[in-house]
Design a protein around this ligand. Structure first.
Ligand code: AMP
Ligand code: MN
Ligand code: MN
Ligand code: MN
Length: 283
């Protein structure tokens, strides 16, 4: 029986999710996920726990992460799947990628203070599960708590995106490094939620062609960040570039995420699921 209900994108308290790897595994299993991957931002500290929890619930597991990359001035997310979670070069690369987050958070707080909202660094820290991984999401949760916005989406729109008081430009890993760390550790790189980037057609073409040239192998087609018409659009991109397809909810939190684990439509039947190419990496 081929695997259909794979969910290969979500976040725990090890990055900007609100559930532990164990609670996520229980939730995925309750939603009948057959193959699961935890993909914390720039961090693989939860991988051994996630794999053990998946097995305890009878699910198959692929290691995962979501690496922040700067490409043509935009932040692009590259999911890595099926790599060795103890690979030293990959661990070093991710540590470097996380490195600027502490100073960036202080600058975000300074920008918000200048806009009349004090105390957001301390406020965001209350939501941080991993001191090495303070993210905009943690600021967003605090601004909701403080009654400044009604939900995290509003915080991003009003305060945390380009041109807004809490936006701090940041240089992440390069596309080449991220794709090559994942490949050298035995895994497969996947372009996460491509519809989310503000690229022109030429820039998007450059992203996909460079990604392929560095050894990238798949694209997220069915994700919680895409609309139904975007599934069709990126299914077509997968065919054009000869890439496999991935499926993942991008679940962060029961209160915030509109897509739960394991609830998305299945991949279009003619595409190669990325997990077929990673069959020998499934545990
Ligand atoms: P960071 O890595 O600190 O820049 O934070 C990026 C994270 O912010 C993403 O992974 C999402 O979880 C979250 N995020 C980005 N844009 C939005 C949005 N418009 N609404 C809610 N969350 C968002
Ligand atoms: Mn996130
Ligand atoms: Mn992402
Ligand atoms: Mn994500």
């Amino acid at each position: 029986m081929p695997i259909l209900n794979a969910d290969l994108h979500c976040h725990s308290v090890v990055s900007d999710g609100t559930l532990t790897p164990e609670a996520l595994a229980a939730r995925a299993a309750a939603n009948h996920v057959e193959l699961w991957a935890l993909t914390d931002h720039d961090e693989i500290g939860g991988q051994h726990r996630a794999a053990a929890a998946a097995h305890a619930h009878g699910m198959k597991y692929l290691t995962g992460t979501e690496i922040s990359v700067t490409f043509l001035g935009e932040t692009v997310h590259i999911v890595g799947l099926g790599f060795d979670p103890d690979d030293a070069d990959m661990l070093r690369g991710l540590e470097q990628t996380r490195g600027g987050r502490g100073d960036r958070a202080l600058e975000i707080a300074a920008g918000l203070a200048a806009a009349g909202i004090p105390g957001t660094y301390e406020g965001a820290l209350k939501y941080v599960g991993n001191p090495a991984l303070i993210s905009r999401t943690h600021f967003a949760r605090y601004l909701v708590e403080a009654g400044i916005c009604k939900d995290t989406g509003e915080v991003f729109r009003r305060f945390l995106t380009e041109g807004k008081p809490g936006y701090v430009p940041h240089r992440w890993a390069t596309l080449k490094d991220a794709v090559q760390w994942i490949g050298a550790a035995g895994g497969m790189a996947v372009i996460a939620h491509p519809a989310r980037y503000k690229f022109t057609a030429n820039e998007e073409y450059a992203l996909f062609s460079e990604f392929k040239a560095y050894g990238g192998g798949a694209v997220e087609v069915v994700t919680g960040s895409h609309t139904t018409s975007e599934y069709a659009r990126y299914a077509e991109t997968a065919r054009e570039f000869g890439l496999a397809a991935s499926r993942g909810s991008d679940f962060h939190s029961p209160g915030e995420s509109h897509t739960d684990l394991g609830q998305l439509p299945f991949l279009p039947a003619d595409l190669t699921p990325v997990w077929e190419l990673l069959a020998d990496r499934i545990r």
